[in-house]
Design a protein. Sequence first.
Length: 478
Amino acid sequence: MFNKRTKIKEVLETEPNNQEITVMGWVRTFRNNQFIALNDGSTNSNLQIVVALGLYDEALLKRITTGASLKITGELLPSLGKGQKSELKAKSIEILGDCDPEKFPLQPKKHSLEFLREKAHLRFRTNTFGAVFRVRHALAFAIHQFFNERGFVYLHTPIITASDAEGAGEMFKVTTLPFDKTPRNDDGSVNFKEDFFGRATNLTVSGQLEGELGAMAFSDIYTFGPTFRAENSNTPRHLAEFWMIEPEMAFYDLEDNMNLAEAFIKYLIGYAMKNNKEDLEFLGQRLTEEEKQKPQEERSEMGLIEKLEFVVNNDFQRITYTEAIDILLNSPAYKKKKFKFEVTWGIDMQSEHERYLVEKHFKKPVIVTNYPKDIKAFYMRQNEDGKTVAAMDILAPGIGEIVGGSQREERLEKLEQRMKDMHVPTEEMWWYLDTRRFGSVPHAGFGLGFERMVLFVTGMTNIRDVIAFPRTPGSAEF
């Protein structure tokens, strides 16, 4: 069997006792024709391979370059060098794949994140991205574990849909119609009857509406999949393709929803801290170095691990939207005109406002509730004041909004009226309205942008660095 190997993470945790093992991986460095630093992606730590002088011919040694892949069998011995418990004394070296050192772009030196974005197909091999994507994996696994432990059903909602859950209209169209000879109706509009699905369709912006259908049968469901926004936004917080976690729960009100969302965030962070300690310590160190380049007043007061522990160990602050606006209006930042965007009741708070509440005022995550209905979606439950809806957003340090959710409007008449007011076609949404006709119940749900969660846990500052192949305006490479 070719693949009878031990992963380097396991080797480094093994007590060295002259046992024979086989490892495979990529060369990080090769020093003095004697010491190979080998890495297989299971950990950021390299295994030192000791090559006895004179044992291998010169032609083989010349092929051991940074990036080349090797299969090595040898004896695991206690290391004589500092900073490592063990090393592998090579008995046989097989080169699985050569790597031209003149052309390989990832030489053993520090590379900027901008440079690595252009080499997204290779950046996984660096320590930073190795750590980020192992943490991303751990968080994805923890999502399923959290909901499974609580009896939720994992529902796969459609990627191609005819509905716009957010009503924003920023959608990618899905069609098989030819662009040069698009069939038209008499009024000049596109005749979608000749299209694949016989109607206009788009890539989903949310699985929520279909998720609500599942909740009306299973009580508790969650979706976890890709979503798409054709928003021409080039910020460090936005992607055109990203992953969303969207639970929907029957028999839940707004408070139940907040309790679940807070427990969920704490669970995910706690899981990563327990299972990815080495990666988070590395990322924390990287963040500390990055912070040193900033002016003193812009530096974070907490290190990465300290920030994560703080979130896990403290209750989130809960305030209403009205209280949030009052805090902003009375803030020194507002009085000194430091906010770029205006603050008045009724605004959709900008990232600078959200971050002020979290980072300057409360200095912990904040849940804001009861937003003005005019800035929220049609499906949110209307409050008795006639002005607000039972919505909730969770704001996190460093990135602002990380969760958005609400109690859903379960009253048919109120939902139909709201849809008419917002020009949402009730006749096309008959299937959604049926859930209010046949056994409607109070229910709630929320959406968590997975990449924003990964951004928060890893301490990275650009969302393009926490997804393998970022899709942004003008960029769909790889």
